[in-house]
Design a protein around this ligand. Structure first.
Ligand code: BES
Ligand code: ZN
Ligand code: ZN
Length: 487
């Protein structure tokens, strides 16, 4: 539970007080602490001051560094780490003081603190029979001036929905493949949106076949867990207005198929639906917040496994768009499912712009690590919009070159295309393979193989699914904060 409320020190177990380096502080205790060497308010400093014989047991002073170096993202991380610390101290009620400054308005503080607190506390522990904490923490955002209270509560409600979208994406990504497979993923989506305005349609194998989605079926048709096409429609904008199309890679498990992955690379491949998780999480935030735009999302959910009738290297398959594809490697399956999902969303859902989100290549991790999502696009204006939003919500993207030399690498000698572009520039060729199916619409491809999964539990992250890029997808269609500095 999180709310905006100035609580008295007798009412809470602990409080978090953000402090700028070299700040002029009024508080006597803090002045003493800062004149000693233990805490200076430097970035990444956290000083826990216990108190004895009172209801409030701890004050957690969080260093924010110098004002000129302040960034909302660093602020979120610092608060999230302090909240994690409070959790480890078994704090049950926590006040968090806002830190309004020229770079972050009251609303921005509420948003940042809501994200930091709720994402910082997130952990995927539903399969532990002994839970660490049963009782959730009560969090109070303190210091909001009375005249800003109404706006702050509006921001809080919106932010909670976005955070819930991120958490939904994390949960879906973290669930193992024996819990989430195409059918159960579709059921969860239906259940999640049951009482909302969002329309969900689930197509089964026969309907997928009737649509001619042969590339999708080549990948997912052979598993006993049959594929599903999940369609989500949010209509918040004008009736005949533009529709943004989101496509998420939905491999609920990727063994690699006959081009089998080694065990160590396979182990986390239940998360190969991180793109699907992100578009589902974004649709959650979009519908819960009644965003005034039209958005349709499509997930081609399936498993890539070995079965007697699975596709094999050397096969030549067809696609919904009619293009033929030579299979060079059955582990390059994501682009095949995306090719048909993109064709479907353009031809059957009539979208005018497309963003596909996919854990597509290990090469993305090699090139950009786990902080930056790789981007391939055919439209600079659309890309600029993405970057402006990303900057405000604090997610990171990097554009890779879309040059025809890379597109050429996807050409086959025996079919129209092949599903491996060669040994080099793997993230670009994989992206451009999907680009062969976008029919010249403005299109952005996001390779989240590196960013959708975190090995560390620091700041707002916890080990496992990250929920990237839910916030950017949401921010692209939602109204920005009137202050103009953040979404
Ligand atoms: N799902 C993987 C990509 C991936 C790798 C995601 C690591 C997350 C972490 C994808 O289907 C795949 O296997 N790609 C191959 C492509 C290659 C065969 C051209 C890869 O990256 O090795
Ligand atoms: Zn694969
Ligand atoms: Zn994959």
């Amino acid at each position: 539970m999180i709310q905006i409320k100035d609580v008295a020190l007798q009412e809470i177990d602990a409080r978090i007080v953000p402090v700028f380096e070299e700040a002029q502080v009024q508080d006597e205790v803090l002045t003493q602490i800062m004149t000693s060497d233990v805490f200076k308010g430097k970035a990444e400093e956290l000083f826990v001051l216990p108190s004895v014989g009172e209801k409030i047991k701890y004050t957690l002073y969080v260093g924010l560094g110098k004002l000129e170096d302040f960034s909302p993202e660093d602020f979120k991380s610092a608060i999230a780490n302090a909240v994690k610390k409070a959790k480890s101290l078994k704090v049950k009620s926590l006040g968090i003081q806002i830190a309004v400054n020229e770079k972050l308005c009251v609303g921005g503080n509420v948003k940042a603190i809501t994200q930091a607190a709720l994402l910082g506390l997130y952990s995927f522990d539903k399969y532990k029979t002994k839970k660490e904490e049963e009782q959730p923490m009560n969090i109070y955002i303190c210091g909001v001036p009375a005249e800003k209270n109404q706006r702050a509560n509006t921001v809080l409600a919106e932010s909670k929905n976005v955070v819930e979208g991120v958490i939904l994406a994390r949960d879906l990504t973290n669930e193992p493949s024996n819990a989430i497979y195409p059918e159960t993923l579709a059921n969860i989506v239906v259940e999640t949106f049951k009482d909302t305005n969002l329309e969900v349609e689930v197509l089964d194998e026969m309907q997928i076949e009737a649509l001619g989605m042969k590339a999708f079926l080549a990948v997912g048709g052979s598993s006993t867990n049959k594929p599903r096409l999940i369609v989500m429609r949010h209509r918040g904008g004008a009736e005949n207005g533009e529709v943004l199309g989101l496509v998420g890679k939905g491999l609920t498990y990727d063994t690699g198929g006959y081009s089998l992955k080694p065990t160590n690379s396979m182990k986390t491949m239940h998360s190969d639906m991180g793109g699907a998780a992100a578009v589902i999480g974004a649709m959650y935030a979009i519908s819960k917040n009644n965003v005034p735009n039209n958005v349709t999302a499509v997930v081609a959910a399936c498993e890539n496994v070995i079965a007697p009738d699975s596709y094999k290297p050397g096969d030549i398959i067809e696609s919904m768009a009619g293009k033929t594809i030579e299979i060079g490697n059955t582990d390059a399956e994501g682009r095949l499912t995306l090719a048909d999902a993109v064709t479907y969303i353009i031809e059957k859902e009539n979208v005018q712009k497309v963003i596909d989100v996919a854990t597509l290549t290990g090469a993305a991790l090699v090139a950009l690590g786990s902080e930056y999502t790789g981007v391939v696009t055919n439209n600079d204006e659309f890309f600029d919009e993405l970057m402006a939003t990303a900057d405000k919500v604090g997610e990171k993207f990097w554009k890779l070159p879309n040059d025809k030399v890379f597109a050429k690498m996807n050409k086959s000698t025996v079919a129209d295309l092949k599903n491996i572009g060669g040994p080099h520039a793997g993230t670009i060729t994989a992206g451009l393979f999907v680009g062969e199916f976008v029919q010249d619409l403005p299109w952005i491809h996001l390779d989240i193989a590196g960013t959708s999964w975190s090995e560390k539990s620091e700041g707002c992250l916890s080990q496992g699914g990250t929920g990237v890029p839910v916030k950017t997808l949401y921010g692209l269609v939602a109204a920005p904060c009137p202050c103009g500095k953040h979404k």
